[in-house]
Ligand binder design. Structure first.
Ligand SMILES: *Cc1c(COP(=O)(O)O)cnc(C)c1O
Length: 532
């Protein structure tokens, strides 16, 4: 090997050439800036046709610009969701305080696996987890948790702890021959099916409880289902309550679920299932727990203020959960992956410890420094803790309160405007979160009456199928006629979470995740419906 060639490699790729790095970083920022001046958000067309047939690797060692060139078209062809017209789903733009955190993290590239790989970054994880725990559990003595790859994995941890609670030693002995069951609501996220499958209990053993018209689990039906399951000798490992359903922002009554599962477990003499809360989207509502409604510093309208007061009752109930999923990469406006799994009582984490018998010296101090002793993952990125701590302390509690209140304001505003139209019907009026799901029917139809009749089972299937078709057809029509310079991007759901009489309801959907989205955007949505 030529010494000179090898030195070139080291100098180019393993030595920080600050000027080169800054120059390229500056170019990326310039590209980002240029993108922001574009009036449309139509992303570049993809070239999947040859992406697979044209693999690519340079032969001769290049430099950082080759690295840049290899990815630049794909960077340019990716939408950062910074536009205020993005209302499709629970994805927002990442904030720049999070960028500062994330860049710091990437520069050191810590591995949260164990303390020796990451030192103070593990300490930062502890701090970030405890901070988030205090926000969602309100005040908590003994929380613990870790950052994961996403809400799905955070929910999976909750499910796994539940299995270990009702079937001690399952980690070692497996779950064969036993009927393990988990419970969610109709409005729950599909990730719960993922975890039921992956944890070996089987998706058939994930029971879905119908919701009321606020997309909140029907507690009478939960109770009846628990009776049925316990009588069949099923092991009920967990109930995963939804705090903010993905489409309609429905919220389950966590305090109510707690009472029922504890009472039923005592009645049948079994261990209570894990009460895990999937607050992937809904957790930031907790920022408003301490908003002073009397002072009303943000001068929120009476409407919004009463939503804040009402939501507080629900967010305060997270205290009754055993564990919770928080996606900071959703309404924390952080970078991916920044999902946290947090238990209210640290002792629950012990159930996940690897081979306790073999390593009895696992003390509390050890696992707090070395999460690899219990985590699903081995290597773990530290983007989460860096994104969380940079964002929370850049934006601040009041900053987050403003951001969340703004999202609530916008959702409520759009709901009020939609409700004024005879041919429209808001389907999640009782859900107070940042999303709106609604029907748009042809002008001349009385949408409210049709909905009322439908919910009460007075509409024949052939008729409601026609209405559903109309709702979808009008959505497609608006999409085709959309002016990307002024029309918001909405999405369409085939099942908004509430299934009256077991029938899935389709709807138009708007989620207010982008802080730049203003009342003008909402008014234009109304205008575009009027013009259909
Ligand atoms: C997004 C979401 C998930 C999945 O989270 P990821 O971070 O995308 O894996 C789970 N539950 C709910 C309610 C969600 O909205």
């Amino acid at each position: 090997m030529e010494k000179r060639d090898f030195k070139y490699l080291i100098d180019t790729f393993f030595t920080c050439n600050k000027e080169d790095v800054l120059q390229i970083f500056n170019e990326f920022l310039n590209a980002l800036e240029a993108e922001e001046t574009l009036t449309t958000i139509e992303p570049m067309s993809r070239n999947y046709e040859t992406a697979q047939s044209n693999p690519e690797i340079n032969v001769i060692p290049g430099n950082l610009k080759d690295a840049r060139d290899a990815i630049f078209p794909f960077f340019w062809g990716t939408d950062g969701w910074n536009s205020k017209f993005h209302l499709e789903n629970v994805k927002g733009p990442a904030n720049y305080a999070s960028l500062i955190g994330a860049i710091a993290c990437l520069l050191k590239n810590p591995n949260l696996c164990v303390d020796t790989y990451s030192q103070r970054s593990n300490e930062l994880e502890l701090k970030a987890i405890t901070t988030l725990a205090n926000i969602v559990f309100y005040h908590t003595e003994n929380p613990w948790g870790i950052f994961t790859m996403g809400g799905t994995i955070s929910n999976l941890y909750g499910g796994k702890i539940g299995i270990e609670k009702v079937l001690p030693g399952a980690m070692k002995k497996g779950v064969t021959g036993l009927r393990l069951v988990g419970i969610v609501s109709h409005a729950a996220h599909y990730s719960n099916e993922t975890l039921a499958g992956w944890l070996g209990m089987g998706t058939d053993n994930l029971v879905s409880i119908p919701t009321d018209d606020a997309c909140s689990m029907d507690l009478d039906l939960l109770e009846a289902e628990l009776d049925r399951l316990y009588k069949e000798n099923a092991l009920v490992a967990f109930v995963i309550a939804t705090f903010g359903s993905t489409d309609a922002s429905g919220i389950d009554d966590i305090a109510g679920i707690r009472k029922i599962i504890d009472r039923k477990a005592a009645q049948y003499g079994v261990s209570a299932p894990q009460l895990h809360v999937d607050a992937a989207v809904g957790w930031p509502l907790s920022f408003l727990n301490e908003y002073d409604a009397e002072k009303n510093a943000f001068k929120l309208s009476r409407d919004v203020l009463s939503a804040v007061v009402e939501l507080r009752k629900q967010t305060m109930n997270i205290r009754y959960a055993d564990s919770v999923t928080i996606d900071f990469h959703k309404m924390g406006w952080g970078h991916y992956p920044s999902s946290a799994f947090i238990v209210s009582d640290r002792a629950d984490i012990k159930l996940l410890f690897r081979t306790m018998e073999q390593v009895p010296y696992f003390s509390e101090a050890d696992y707090r420094h070395d999460p690899a002793l219990f985590t699903l993952e081995c290597s773990r990125p530290a983007i989460g803790p860096y994104s969380v701590m940079a964002s929370l302390n850049g934006i601040g509690l009041q900053g987050y309160q403003m951001l969340v209140a703004h999202a609530l304001e916008m959702a409520l505003y759009l709901k009020r405007q939609i409700e004024k139209l005879d041919y429209c019907k808001v389907l999640n009026m009782k859900c107070l979160g940042p999303s709106v799901v609604w029907w748009v029917l042809p002008k001349g139809r009385n949408a409210k009456q049709i909905y009322e009749d439908f919910v009460n089972g007075r509409v024949k299937p052939e008729d409601y199928k026609r209405y559903f078709y109309e709702v979808q057809r009008l959505f497609e029509k608006r999409k085709a006629a959309m002016d990307p310079k002024k029309d918001a991007r909405l999405s369409f759901t085939t099942c908004m979470g509430y299934l009256p009489g077991g029938v899935a309801i389709p709807a138009w959907k708007a989620v207010f995740f982008n802080p730049k989205t203003d009342a003008e955007v909402a008014r234009q949505i109304i205008q575009s419906m009027e013009e259909l």
